[in-house]
Design a protein around this ligand. Structure first.
Ligand code: SAJ
Length: 435
């Protein structure tokens, strides 16, 4: 049975050294806690142990280099004994949109042999409701010598188990890891209190305690809320296009109402969170989650709508330039990442759109993406990576997909003959001078 003394965390194991696990491991280590990072990928382990990183996130390289050099963070492929285990492995979805929990299960089975009385296990991976209870099930089966907490019993378990979702914004992870509030859902209240003790070692935000199921759905709710609101903006953009109304002007005006705050339309929703997490609610409760499902469908259908707009722009260009053929029309895509000012192309609608154009357009396709040094494999040989200045003078159809800050200077200098498909509303903020 556990006692109530706050025992310090001398060693913490972080399982999964990706976009969430590595920054968390580095921040914990920067608080002078001995951290053992675990990853199944040998290259990742070697990279980190040499003081480098395998992902792109501002300032993470500096922190990782410092804590590895000080001996506070060490990566390994096999979990070692620790006082707390923080699991941050991927939870992708399968074909049917059900969450694939195989990485979570593997992580649990990997730590099972080194668990001892008094250890804390926290799941951070975005997960469907009931996943934290599954951890108890899996581990009870593996370690029958230990008592694991369940929702009914409070004081007799040997291990603390909690769910605490990550909520950090890519590009701002190190700051948000420390400043964001945390939702901490314990299998029991005592589990939650023990987890708060760990987060208090590096979190300046508030820690709110709840049960594991509420914490699980809280994370899914946050990203579904954003998805539904972006879907509303995307649907508005399609309605306005039909009615020949500028959607960005409309949203700016509607948002002057004190209780209206519409998000921005775009080419679709990307990244590995908002485009994925709502499905975990939909797949568990397909009959009930009607709005959440529709939002996913609206956002997922936006790239195809953008491709149609590009086809129309090519037709319009040819009408004004009858001496040219379609194979002589040059299209330029501005941006490939899933949102502005980051390197990440995961689930990027911009990339999907560029691929679709590359496969169907017979003429030249230029890609301008200052955050990439080479094109993704799916575009190699069928598109050309160009500098913005070179692309803009040669292009006939300009497709604005990502609003990187570095693009701003060219928006007001787009050549007059050029047809523009603006998925981000940048021309509303930066009107063309010679249009
Ligand atoms: N997008 C729009 N219009 C908008 C806002 C965003 O089209 O008005 C698009 C973006 O271009 C992008 C996608 O949505 O393609 C997602 O971008 P995002 O900035 O909304 O979110 P992410 O995926 O970078 O991070 C989200 C965040 N969740 C919320 O804001 C509720 C972050 O806090 C989470 O930690 C993260 O998901 C995660 O890991 O779950």
């Amino acid at each position: 049975m556990l006692n109530d003394d706050p025992v310090p965390f001398l060693k913490v194991s972080v399982v999964g050294l990706g976009y969430i696990g590595l920054p968390t491991a580095a921040v914990l280590a920067s608080r002078k806690i001995q951290v053992s990072g675990v990853d199944v990928n040998e290259n990742v382990v070697e990279t980190i142990n040499s003081g480098n990183i395998h992902i792109v996130e501002p300032e993470l390289d500096i922190v990782v280099h410092a804590v590895v050099t000080e001996g506070l963070l060490q990566a390994t492929m096999v979990p070692q004994a620790a006082d707390a285990f923080l699991i941050a492995v991927p939870t992708p979805f399968q074909e049917n949109h059900h969450a694939d929990l195989s990485y979570v299960k593997s992580a649990c089975l990997a730590i099972a042999p080194v668990l001892k009385k008094g250890d804390l296990i926290i799941l951070e991976s975005t997960s469907p409701v009931g996943t934290t209870e599954k951890i108890t099930e899996w581990l009870s089966h593996e370690r029958q010598d230990l008592v694991f907490p369940n929702l009914q019993q409070n004081n007799t378990a040997d291990i603390y188990i909690a769910y605490c979702p990550e909520r950090v914004l890519p590009g701002h992870i190190l700051r948000e890891l420390v400043s964001n509030d945390r939702i901490i859902g314990g299998m029991t209240p005592r589990c939650a209190h023990r987890a708060v003790q760990l987060y208090k070692t590096f979190v300046d935000g508030e820690c709110f305690i709840t049960d594991a199921r509420t914490a699980e759905i809280c994370k899914l709710t946050e990203n579904s809320f954003r998805d539904v609101n972006i879907a509303f903006a995307n649907e508005l953009s399609i309605i306005c296009d039909k009615l020949n109304i500028n959607v960005w002007e409309l949203i700016t005006l509607a948002n002057r109402h004190p209780r209206v705050n519409i998000l921005q339309p775009g080419p679709g929703v990307g990244g590995h969170c908002i485009a994925v997490d709502p499905w975990f609610i939909v797949s568990q409760l397909p009959e009930e989650a009607r709005l959440i499902r529709t939002a996913r469908e609206v956002n997922d259908s936006k790239p195809a709508w953008v491709v149609e707009k590009v086809k129309q722009a090519v037709v319009d260009f040819l009408r004004e330039n009858p001496t040219k053929t379609v194979n002589e029309v040059t299209i330029t895509c501005l941006g490939l990442t899933f949102k502005e000012n980051i390197v990440d192309t995961r689930e990027s609608p911009a990339l999907k759109i560029a691929e679709e154009i590359a496969q169907n357009h017979g003429g030249p396709l230029f890609i301008v993406e200052p955050y990439l040094t080479y094109l993704p494999p799916s575009l190699q040989g069928i598109a050309e990576l160009k500098l913005i200045g070179d692309a803009i003078v040669e292009t006939d159809v300009l497709l604005i997909l990502v609003e990187h800050n570095v693009f701003y200077s060219i928006f007001s200098n787009i050549p007059k003959h050029c047809k523009v498909v603006d998925t981000r509303g940048v021309l509303f903020d930066h009107p063309r001078e010679n249009a």
